[in-house]
Design a protein around this ligand. Structure first.
Ligand code: FES
Length: 89
């Protein structure tokens, strides 16, 4: 996994799941914690603060205390470069 800090945009992270790249918010929906400080295995990111989990493919919250889904973003890989569309709310 790779945290992506882009000035002026919310923090996001990119995850490599078997060669497929997924981009999600990097902030846990349960409280304020950076998911990229947690443990990533398969398609699951575990939050470092209380151990809640999300599926990075879908954003689904898969383990309590996380209940609100994680924001996901579209990803396009072109010529080795990764593009995503993040709207500033
Ligand atoms: S802040 Fe992530 S599980 Fe609580």
């Amino acid at each position: 996994m790779l945290p992506l800090d882009i000035a002026g945009l919310p923090p996001v992270a990119a995850f490599d799941v078997g060669g497929e790249i997924y981009v999600t918010s990097n902030v846990c929906t349960h409280n304020v914690a950076l998911l990229s400080d947690g443990f990533f295995e398969g398609d699951t990111i575990e939050c470092p603060l209380h151990g809640g989990c999300f599926n990075v493919r879908t954003g689904e919250a898969t383990q309590f205390p996380c209940e609100v889904p994680l924001q996901t973003y579209p990803v396009i890989v072109e010529g080795g470069d990764l593009y995503t569309e993040i709207k500033d709310h």
